[in-house]
Design a protein. Structure first.
Ligand SMILES: [Zn+2]
Length: 76
């Protein structure tokens, strides 16, 4: 089944994954197997550009202090 990224607006310079150069985002945007395309936006030494890095990390976990504050608020 081909992969299609749900966030095409974040892609600015996509190219076939096999043609990526060092410093270009590896986030897959479409295609499958050897036909996968990547974002290829500049990302320095990171694997993904900043918007795709955020997507790959997912939501940030709350700090232990924030969890304790929320529990205190719920328990009273
Ligand atoms: Zn990217």
């Amino acid at each position: 089944m081909p992969f299609d990224a749900p966030f095409p607006l974040l892609v600015h310079a996509e190219r076939p994954w096999m043609t990526r150069r060092p410093g270009e985002c590896a986030f897959p945007t479409r295609g499958e197997s050897v036909g996968v395309w990547s974002c290829c936006s500049p990302c320095g030494s990171a694997t993904y550009c900043e918007p795709h890095s955020v997507l790959m990390r997912g939501p940030r976990a709350p700090s232990p202090d924030a969890v304790l504050r929320e529990l205190s608020r719920i328990i009273g």
